[in-house]
Design a protein around this ligand. Sequence first.
Ligand SMILES: C[S@@+](CC[C@H](N)C(=O)[O-])C[C@H]1O[C@@H](n2cnc3c(N)ncnc32)[C@H](O)[C@@H]1O
Length: 349
Amino acid sequence: MTMPGLETLAFSEVRATVEDAELVKFARGVVLFRTTAVPEKLLELRTVEDVFFMLEHITGLGHGPDALRVLHSASLRADIATALLFWRRVRTGKRAKTWRVVSQMVGTHGYRRVDAGQSVKDALRRVFPTTMRLVDDEADVEVWLWLNGSEAVLGVRLSDATMRHRAYKREHLPASLRPTVAAAMCWLSQPTPDDIVLDPLCGAGTILIERALLAPYETLIGGDKRREAVTVAEHNVKAARVAVELHAWDARSLPLDAASVTRVITNLPFGKQIGTHAENQALYKALLKAFTRVLTPDGLLVTLTSEDRLWESVMREQGWILQKKVVCVILGQPASIFVAHRSKTGETQ
Ligand SMILES: C[S@@+](CC[C@H](N)C(=O)[O-])C[C@H]1O[C@@H](n2cnc3c(N)ncnc32)[C@H](O)[C@@H]1O
């Protein structure tokens, strides 16, 4: 599972991590694939929120109450024994004592989500070892039922919350970016070991930390105009054990040499939680001028904002060429990641 919009990107990370990964299907926020890779490898993925051992994939489920019978018989077939072997392996031998069913439903159906969950529970009671107890929450093993239209996926969750929230993120700020989205931005920046990466509006430091953990680099530099944000970034950077130069500054006048960084990767104020749309009109122009000055001519600019129209027009005005745009959902609202360059070199990258 990944953030909606990032499915193809997440699968490119999967392919780069496990070569034999074979795509079965993309759905909203979900990538189904086959692999013979060990599950530990998949838990290292950075653009992915959760990893599951798939038990069943049902298509043509139908919207009416008959679907509940189909779900019940599919759950009876589920290979829980193998799923539990994988689970124990990634949880380093921990003995599972409890299990529960988590159900998610997208779209309209002729039955309730709880009833679908109940059908699965009723069947799985017969499949789970009798030594394990069904509970309502806080279970060792979670079976997720994901229903979207006439399709259903049933899987055992191999990842835990640290996969999506990360252990380093000790301190949070409002408008702080989800680490998986930050990792996706870094992935889109086409990382090289010579990269001098700048996040001029770094907030809690998520993007720079994700860049450090994703691939080798030369230098990471970040800053924010709020001293409080810089302090939070310092704590997170320390917890992640990465080296980042951090500054309190105004990103409109960066105290950096011209053409001194190879990548700017940043999450702009959306004008909602931070700033306003009116303020963004002038701010975006001034920021892009500053980014253009400090970036090398073949440097790449990777930005995230929900102010698509404004940002695209500012980029166009200042001679930036849009290489890629990935539409995703951030805190329930549509936003886009933009990858842009200025030169012919950028075009061929
Ligand atoms: C959307 S948040 C970035 C969140 C960050 N990616 C994270 O994960 O925490 C935008 C940040 O820009 C900062 N900011 C706004 N205007 C700025 C400016 N002129 N110079 C530097 N930072 C600024 C805000 O303080 C805020 O932390």
